[in-house]
Design a protein around this ligand. Structure first.
Ligand code: CTP
Ligand code: CA
Length: 228
């Protein structure tokens, strides 16, 4: 599908999308990371812009060129991603958390590189990161003005995909949850994706295997009618 063949149903809307995967520093040269390429989040940003939205893309460690029509904010850690999302979400119509956020970070960050001559390796103790999506849901509730109008989460599941997804949708306070099955050759780093979009108070939408732009368009198709 060509980008200009899309409906302009997001014209005048402010959309914030997070993409990629966070890195949590162990020392100045090492981190704990994940396998997110950022391709699905970038597809969401690109297609939203093509549908007329004003797009802010918060990108965590993504090795891709900036999508046309999006203002890109680059971050590294979950803490930086959180700051950028909280700064961008005020007044947004739609917020999509497509980034893979590290659930845990090293409890302490070594200021100097850990050397193997330091002796036996020490255990890396972990601390829990804040749940940004859940926080965005709480903020919306507390503000009480219904903004952002639509809050979208993603979930990568390796097993019991739908049951885990339904529980997650309820727990996170979002309106839509895009559930991917991940594993060997599924989702991470591939150009194709398949998904089930779980809808709060509605029927799930099956998105067949196809380019990540098609999955992105299916998300905007589900978002657009929910915007007042
Ligand atoms: N998310 C977030 N902040 C976190 C962890 C996750 O905002 N600290 C967001 C992700 O961007 C995604 C959604 O929450 O939109 C679901 O992420 P996922 O990792 O599937 O869910 P978790 O609640 O972290 O549960 P688990 O990893 O244990 O399955
Ligand atoms: Ca997680």
């Amino acid at each position: 599908r060509v980008l200009r063949g899309r409906p302009r149903d997001l014209a005048g809307r402010r959309v914030v999308v997070s993409a990629g995967g966070t890195r949590e520093a162990i020392d100045p040269v090492r981190y704990i990371g994940n396998r997110s390429s950022g391709l699905q989040g970038y597809a969401l940003a690109r297609t939203a812009a093509a549908r007329g939205a004003e797009v802010t893309l918060v990108a965590a460690n993504v090795a891709l060129p900036d999508p046309a029509g999006a203002a890109v904010v680059r971050v590294e850690s979950a803490a930086e991603l959180r700051e950028a999302m909280l700064a961008a979400e005020g007044g947004a119509d739609v917020v999509v958390m497509a980034a893979a956020v590290a659930d845990f970070r090293p409890a302490e960050r070594h200021e100097a590189k850990i050397k193997k001559t330091d002796g036996e390796p020490a255990a890396i103790h972990l601390a829990k990161n804040p749940d940004i999506l859940a926080e965005l849901g709480v903020r919306r509730k507390e503000r009480g003005d219904g903004s952002p109008g639509v809050l979208v989460g993603f979930a990568a599941e390796t097993h019991d995909v739908l049951a885990n997804g339904q529980a997650k949708l309820a727990r996170k306070g979002c309106d839509l949850l895009v559930v991917n099955q991940v594993g060997a050759n599924l989702a991470f780093g591939t150009s194709d994706n398949a998904a089930t979009i779980l809808v709060a108070g509605g029927d799930p939408i099956e998105v067949p295997r196809g380019p990540k732009d098609d999955v992105a368009d299916a998300v905007w198709d589900a978002v657009a009618p929910r915007l007042l």
